[in-house]
Design a protein around this ligand. Structure first.
Ligand code: 9UX
Length: 72
């Protein structure tokens, strides 16, 4: 069964930023969907916990260059 996680993502200033975050997260194994909302500084990710976890997703967002905090 899938899980859902919501991050605050600080530093995205244009739609292309959101696109690179989405792309990077979707490249991970076990990701069902990733939706990044640049206006509200949020990233919501649906994932399969057998394959990936919240911290790995968070670190992937950070690796793209943005500060990510799990909020839910
Ligand atoms: Mo837009 Mo984001 O020109 O790093 S891609 S600001």
């Amino acid at each position: 069964e899938e899980s859902k996680v919501l991050f605050s993502v600080i530093g995205m200033t244009c739609a292309a930023c959101a696109g690179s975050v989405e792309k990077a997260v979707k490249r991970l194994p076990g990701i069902k969907e990733a939706v990044v909302d640049v206006l509200n500084n949020r990233a919501q990710v649906m994932f399969y916990p057998a394959f990936v976890n919240e911290e790995t997703i968070r670190e992937t967002i950070e690796d793209v260059g943005f500060q990510a905090t799990m909020i839910k």
